[in-house]
Design a protein around this ligand. Structure first.
Ligand SMILES: [Zn+2]
Length: 241
């Protein structure tokens, strides 16, 4: 097959990056995308990476992605995203799960999306199924059949715990092609998720206002400023932005 693959949003740390919870959408979508691209290549498919990391904003990001996609005549466009809004920070032992979007019930991408969801569900994620949306820019504007995969939820502890980028990619690849690439162990297999980053509100977290003092490329500089603030009586922390 000839397939376009891209990770949604700009890269983390830039404007218009994705959702943030236990894991970061932009970062994980890129890891899954890289693994999908490599596995599809390994299986002999022609793959184009249409990811855009540093667009000027949300609409510029989407416009550039679609321009890249439409530069190739392919059988399928695959957009990789992670979902948010589960609000399960405690972990309730069930995942919120996986879902995919296609433009309409008559999209040629529908069958691929259904199989991809089923394969991801095979990893233990709840299958939320294939949904239709005529409003999603990438689905509306790509020339080839397109599917948008919401792998799992960034703000559900159970999803984040179960998630492994290589396994997720393998499931998507299997859904699309019916083929399995040689297995690679995921570096994050079995890893305990860390607490959600505080700087991006997820779900119904109470509105908060933060005072930012500085942003530094060196952690030592950030820590030096934190020390000064603490010495002056302020409760300061260093966060990864
Ligand atoms: Zn997204």
């Amino acid at each position: 097959m000839r397939i376009n693959v891209h990770a949604g949003h700009n890269a983390d740390g830039r404007t218009a990056c994705g959702a943030i919870g236990f894991i970061r959408e932009s970062t994980e979508a890129r890891r899954v995308k890289d693994a999908v691209v490599s596995q599809l290549g390994q299986l002999g498919h022609t793959v184009y990476d249409c990811t855009v990391d540093d667009a000027a904003g949300v609409s510029d990001n989407l416009r550039q992605i679609v321009a890249k996609c439409n530069a190739h005549d392919v059988d399928l466009d695959v957009s990789i995203h992670f979902n948010s809004g589960a609000k399960d920070s405690a972990g309730n032992k069930v995942t919120t799960g996986t879902e995919a979007y296609v433009y309409s019930a008559s999209s040629k991408a529908k069958a691929y999306a259904e199989k991809a969801c089923a394969a991801v569900a095979g990893l233990g994620f709840r299958n939320r199924g294939v949904k239709y949306s005529t409003g999603l820019y990438v689905l509306r504007n790509t020339n080839s059949p397109a599917m948008l995969m919401e792998c799992c939820f960034v703000d559900d502890r159970d999803d984040a715990q179960l998630y492994d980028c290589q396994a997720m990619a393998a499931a998507i690849v299997y859904g699309i092609t019916g083929q399995k690439a040689a297995a690679k162990a995921g570096p994050d297999a079995g890893q305990e998720p860390t607490a959600p980053k505080e700087e991006t509100p997820v779900g119904d977290r109470k509105q908060m206002y933060r005072v930012q003092v500085g942003a530094y490329s060196a952690e030592s500089s950030a820590r030096a400023t934190m020390a000064k603030l603490k010495a002056a009586g302020f409760d300061a922390i260093v966060v990864n932005a």
